[in-house]
Design a protein around this ligand. Structure first.
Ligand code: ADP
Ligand code: MG
Length: 238
């Protein structure tokens, strides 16, 4: 049992603590996420969800404890390997974080340019991912001319264009209407089906019930529960 779990883990945390000065944001978190899981980090505002996501891609460094990503101990990673670590992740922020002065094409292509991908391939990939999120006709638009739901679709396109192993989404539906939220969820389910590990921070219980998955529930910085929830079909009527 133990061996199988270890082999398939993509993320492991051992007794992780994180403090913002005197404020204890995460306390003694030990968890295990298997490859290709669909995970929700749940919990009320202030529980530590965003902080936990940041620790994974080295947006912050643990105060105490250890994190292994795909078998690599983050504490032992040299600075010059951090960009390689970040390439394992596609990150979706609640406030989209698109560059307003760059076109949709440029916002999405940046990731591939940073990875040194050839122009012709970039062109093909960006078009194909924009088609996937239903935004191909807005390729030359600028983010301020798009609705919130459309901007989040671009943010999803940017997160998945480099085929990352792990998608991190911080309250990706938090500021969207139900219809746009469902589109985003469907896109995330799609990348999960194609093999990625998807981790969504949310306080939306209805959303978790509709999708199901591995729920890691935080409460005041502590991991209170780790459960596997079945999708609840009867909720889908709305
Ligand atoms: N930059 C910061 N400085 C000080 N405290 C912070 C900072 N960021 C977050 N916190 C605190 O850490 C705790 C966890 O925050 P956060 O991870 O953002 O929670 P969540 O995403 O679940 O709402 C909260 O009490 C929050 O006020
Ligand atoms: Mg948050």
């Amino acid at each position: 049992m133990m061996d199988a779990a270890e082999k398939s883990s993509i993320i492991r945390m051992f007794h992780v603590h994180y403090n913002y000065g005197p404020k204890k944001a995460l306390i003694d978190i030990t968890l295990d996420i298997a490859k290709n899981e669909f995970v929700f980090i749940s919990g009320p505002s202030g529980a530590g969800k965003t902080t936990l996501l940041k620790l994974l891609y080295l947006g912050e460094v643990v105060s105490e404890g250890q994190i292994l990503i795909d078998g690599i101990n983050l504490a032992r990673m040299s600075r010059k390997r951090i960009p390689l670590l970040r390439r394992k992740f596609g990150i979706i922020f609640q406030d989209y974080k698109l560059i307003p002065t760059k076109s949709v094409f440029d916002n999405v292509s940046l990731v591939l340019e940073a990875a040194g991908t050839r122009k012709r391939i970039i062109n093909k990939k960006v078009r194909s991912v924009l088609r996937l999120v239903g935004m191909e006709d807005r390729i030359n638009s600028y983010p301020p001319s798009l609705s919130g739901g459309e901007q989040q679709r671009i943010a999803v396109a940017r997160a998945i264009v480099g085929d990352p192993q792990i998608i991190l989404a911080d309250e990706p539906t938090g500021s969207l209407d139900d219809e746009s939220a469902e589109i985003i969820l469907d896109l995330l389910r799609g990348v999960h089906i194609r093999g990625a590990t998807v981790i969504i921070a949310t306080h939306d219980k209805a959303l978790m019930r509709r999708t199901g998955g591995h729920i890691l529930h935080l409460q005041q910085g502590r991991l209170e529960t780790s459960v596997y929830l079945e999708k609840q079909y009867d909720d889908a009527i709305f």
